[in-house]
Design a protein. Structure first.
Length: 317
């Protein structure tokens, strides 16, 4: 009898806890390795902070409109959030899940160094997109002028680009995990990875600016859940891979390779590096043809992040 009563009480408290949790809506663009903090967070880290998130797949531009209108509570794509904020949209970045990107420079095996690519053609998915921007940044850091030393060709998706490499139409391409894994399986070589060269914050928490004043406790709990989640990702490879498999619809081998390629991009305290923030602001200014200075506080507010870090005993950097 006592066991039955104890079981009923446990069920009651679990149900009450779920019903009492704050239900929030979080937008994300795609189930990729860059947004692992969301599904891994759902394994218990959000719930520990009294949060019950609904993950909503939505394009970045639509997500920002939904964020402003209140249809979603958080958006997770940092570059689009910054681009919107410098144009006057009332959104702010409050935390950073990934401080870099795992885009890899993939080359045919006869090219032994980046300098060997001088005068060669680099395959992109399309012109004017994020991959071209990443490619240009990488080649600048690697000592080549993308306008003078290289040619670019729009060659479609990653499978089409790998085929174009096989046919000799392009010498190299760029791709995010698991593209690097797939390329190495068929004999190609990875010469460099973006996160090794520069900070480029890609995923995090973006909110409607008024939410910072209206719901600071909720935001801090989201941040604390994110810190604990990211530390789990960094230190629990097997557990994270098990979450990645259904999230990315990948087999265990592909998920493991994607984990190994992206794990170093995850921030253990959700801090957004200043040089990465400045890089994204400068890129957004260029795209929007804005020539005046854009201060950090126009696009970000890290006051609640710092409070959450202090409450978790994390020293400020």
């Amino acid at each position: 009898m006592n066991r039955i009563l104890a079981a009923l009480l446990a069920m009651f408290f679990v149900r009450a806890s779920v019903e009492a949790a704050d239900k929030i809506r979080v937008g994300y663009p795609e189930p990729s390795a860059s947004f692992l903090s969301l599904p891994v967070g759902q394994t218990g880290f959000f719930q520990k902070e009294g949060i019950q998130p609904e993950l909503i797949r939505i394009r970045s531009t639509a997500a920002l409109a939904a964020l402003v209108s209140g249809e979603i509570d958080y958006q997770s794509v940092i570059p689009s959030g910054i681009a919107a904020a410098i144009r006057g949209v009332p959104v702010k970045i409050v935390a950073c899940y990934t401080s870099g990107i795992a885009a890899a420079l993939i080359v045919r095996p006869e090219f032994k160094s980046v300098q060997d690519l001088r005068g060669k053609t680099i395959g992109l998915n399309s012109f004017g997109g994020g991959l071209e921007s990443t490619a240009r940044l990488m080649f600048k850091r690697l000592g080549l002028d993308p306008d003078k030393d290289l040619k670019f060709l729009a060659a479609g998706g990653i499978q089409s680009r790998l085929l174009a490499m096989k046919q000799g139409l392009i010498a190299a391409t760029l791709g995010s995990p698991p593209a690097d894994y797939l390329a190495k399986k068929i004999g190609y070589v990875v010469l460099a990875t973006a996160y090794e060269l520069f900070h480029y914050p890609s995923s995090g928490l973006i909110v409607n600016a008024k939410r910072i004043k209206e719901k600071p406790d909720e935001i801090k709990r989201m941040i604390k859940a994110g810190i604990r989640t990211n530390r789990y990702i960094s230190h629990n490879r097997e557990g994270t891979i098990q979450t990645m498999m259904p999230w990315m619809r990948a087999d265990e081998e592909t998920a493991a390779a994607s984990y190994d390629s992206t794990v170093k991009t995850y921030s253990d305290d959700l801090t957004l590096p200043e040089d990465g923030l400045r890089l994204l602001i400068d890129e957004a200014k260029k795209a929007a043809k804005i020539d005046h200075d854009v201060p950090f506080d126009q696009v970000a507010d890290f006051s609640l992040l710092k409070e959450a870090q202090r409450e978790l005993g994390i020293n400020e950097k």
